[in-house]
Design a protein around this ligand. Structure first.
Ligand code: ATP
Ligand code: MG
Length: 358
């Protein structure tokens, strides 16, 4: 607890901040702001669910949440008009089917709120080219072909910083792969604040220990990714039961036959992590149960755990897909609410920077 002027500030276990005003001692609770985004860039997979979406859903009652379908980010990689359109709506349905509640969370499409691109350009002026060149995601996605990838891929983290800083975000729940971008967001925000005066809240990454990096089923040294060209590398949230069984059966394993999570067993560690996160059972208990039984028995039970965990989401998803107007209404309302907040921030930023006639 700390005192600030006539106000007592108490930070609770879930990060809730309670302000008690003196002398009336009226308690007011201000929930911390959460912002996170997901690209409509393909098949949403177990990594997206366990590293991000499920945590958003679990925490949404405790925070003031904004979740964004970042379609502008998806333009950083080759796509088509038809694909992008279809992916935006299907991602909205995936988020709703997974349990995001529009009564508790603002859900909207990035390109509906123009302030994201506007702030992106302004933040570009306090970002160094070298910082962007050094980002792991850029290096991974460029794959050594820097001369040919879009400039948008290089600028991606600046747009992400704009997404986050625009809303005075305190916490950004993401998978481990986004940690570096959140650190850059803090650097950009701090640099802006130092140059133009306190404007942006500096956000903290919120990365869970388990599930933060679900790995590819084909190569356990690479993360599971929507943009992976190999469809067998990821379990899509929309995969049917037989597809899930087939993908897990053919998933690569490590040498030996013991079902163990260990540094020298990256493939089994990944499969055990998925099993544990979906079943709620600790990894050591699963290891004990499969001791001496080999990979086959474990994999076939894992497949059933995945199938039954995704089944309720898939049932809701099928209903939502029947009626696209539900998602469209959520996104329209979400964009209005997000825009109201973003516009206030942009006016402040423009004034700080001396833009316009004043
Ligand atoms: P792309 O390959 O197009 O970048 P992606 O699978 O990385 O797609 P994003 O839309 O970039 O998905 O990320 C959405 C969220 O999912 C982010 O919070 C990201 O950290 C998280 N995420 C992505 N992949 C994984 C993974 N393999 N394990 C855990 N979290 C992940
Ligand atoms: Mg990604």
């Amino acid at each position: 607890m700390l005192a600030q002027g006539g106000v007592v500030v108490t930070v609770g276990a879930t990060g809730e901040v309670a302000l008690t005003e003196r002398p009336t001692a009226v308690a007011r609770t201000i929930r911390q702001r959460v912002f996170s985004g997901i690209q409509p860039s393909g098949n949403f997979h177990l990594g997206n669910y366990l590293g991000a979406i499920r945590n958003w859903v679990d925490q949404q009652a405790s925070f003031d949440n904004i979740f964004c379908i970042v379609d502008l980010h998806a333009l950083s990689q080759p796509t088509t008009r038809e694909l992008l359109r279809a992916n935006i709506l299907s991602l909205a349905n995936v988020l709703l089917a997974s349990g995001l509640d529009p009564a508790q969370s603002i859900i909207f499409v990035q390109s509906d709120v123009r302030e994201h691109t506007e702030l992106c350009w302004l933040l570009g002026s306090v970002t160094q080219y070298g910082e962007l060149r050094r980002m792991t995601q850029f290096k991974d996605k460029a794959g050594g072909k820097d001369e040919r990838v879009s400039a948008a891929l290089l600028f991606y983290p600046v747009l992400q910083a704009a997404d986050i800083l625009l809303y005075d975000t305190n916490r950004v729940p993401v998978g481990e792969d986004q940690k570096q971008h959140i650190e850059l967001t803090r650097d950009i925000g701090a640099r802006f604040n130092a140059r133009y005066g306190e404007t942006f809240v500096l956000p903290e990454p919120d990365i869970k220990t388990a599930g933060a990096r679900v790995m590819s089923l084909e190569d356990p040294t690479r993360k599971m990714s929507k943009s992976d060209a190999n469809p067998n590398a990821a379990i899509a949230l929309t995969d049917d039961a037989d597809t899930i069984r087939r993908k897990i059966r053919r998933a690569v394993t490590d040498s030996g036959s013991e079902v163990l999570a260990a540094p020298e067993k990256p493939a089994l560690t990944n499969l055990l992590t998925i099993y544990s996160l979906l079943s709620g059972e600790p990894i050591p208990a699963i290891e004990t149960r499969y001791a001496g039984k080999g990979y086959g028995a474990f994999k076939s039970d894992l497949a059933e755990v995945v199938v039954s965990s995704l089944a309720p989401i898939q049932t809701r998803l099928a209903e939502l897909n029947q009626d696209p107007e539900v998602a469209r209404a959520v996104l329209t309302e979400g964009a209005e609410r997000a825009h109201t907040r973003a516009a206030v921030k942009m006016t402040e930023v423009q004034d700080r920077m001396g833009l316009g006639p004043g």
